[in-house]
Design a protein around this ligand. Structure first.
Ligand code: ADP
Length: 266
């Protein structure tokens, strides 16, 4: 049974923007799925509806486990500037009413899992962008979610930091057995991370392709340099620019109107 099923979901904002039109998506437990598409195609809207932040206009979201736990990671690490790393990571547990003593080992474990041991007492201003994002991920994983929603979490980072965080995120995903829904407009990142890439287009926001990335984990630099990776890249970038999946609707020279060369040149 899928972990989450979105059926015929439509979202029209109050100003009339059709953010999503007839979205159908079944996400299985343990998948790492990327929502790939240009700005404004409704990716964040999908995450918000799954998180229960805001109502859909029509349609339905159903869950395999009604008592699911989810966590949300945003592009901005959104840390409390006056609080240490440790206090930032503890926040969701504190909000749930747990004491410092009851949460100590969970906080230590989360900080270790994102490789920030030794930085517990630092303040956000003392950390790099990549380290702030690690704190943000630790704050998500301290709640032991089954589903992690990530909205362009690495979009503001430099390429080296992004690449390191991508591979660390995959390690965590394998350790924690999360289901991850990852929003990005970066094709390389989507292919490297995911076992499934859902491509969306804008106006109205809709799904235009659903591509399985059949490469084993752990993923390595060799995968990034492989012919398979290049083929996925080509397919996804064509889908993004044309708004249709070339492998579903193969483009044939015969589809062109038959205008003789000489006439076309005139
Ligand atoms: P993406 O995450 O792919 O950039 P969004 O889900 O943020 O796309 O937005 C989809 C569309 O809905 C865009 O055209 C955006 O301008 C519009 N939109 C998003 N939020 C609101 C809102 N609160 N009110 C009106 N329009 C919105």
């Amino acid at each position: 049974m899928p972990e989450i099923t979105l059926s015929h979901v439509n979202k029209v904002y109050a100003n009339g923007t059709v953010a999503l039109q007839d979205l159908n998506l079944a996400i299985a437990q343990g998948q790492f799925i990327s929502l790939l598409g240009p700005s404004g195609c409704g990716k964040s809207t999908v995450l918000r509806l799954i998180a229960g932040l805001g109502k859909m206009t029509t349609g339905n979201v159903s869950w395999g486990n009604p008592n699911h736990r989810l966590a949300y990671v945003f592009q901005e690490a959104a840390l409390m500037p006056w609080a240490t790393v440790e206090e930032n990571v503890r926040l969701p547990l504190k909000l749930a009413g747990l004491t410092k003593r009851a949460t100590a080992s969970a906080v230590t474990e989360a900080i270790e899992r994102v490789d920030l041991r030794g930085f517990e007492k630092c303040y956000p201003r003392e950390l790099s962008g990549g380290m702030k994002m690690r704190v943000s991920i630790a704050r998500a994983l301290v709640t032991k979610p089954e589903l992690l929603l990530m909205d362009e979490p690495f979009g503001a980072l430099d390429e080296m930091t992004r690449s390191k965080l991508n591979s660390d995120l995959l390690d965590l995903w394998q350790q924690m057995q999360w289901t991850v829904i990852f929003v990005t407009h970066n094709i390389y990142e989507a292919i490297y991370l995911s076992n499934r890439v859902v491509v969306m287009a804008a106006r109205p926001g809709r799904v235009v392709a659903d591509v399985a990335i059949d490469a084993p984990y752990p993923r390595t630099e060799a995968f990034r340099a492989s012919a398979a990776f290049t083929n996925y890249y080509r397919r996804l970038s064509t889908t993004l620019s044309m708004g249709t999946d070339p492998e579903l609707e193969p483009w044939q020279p015969a589809d062109l109107p038959s205008v003789p060369m000489s006439e076309g040149a005139r």
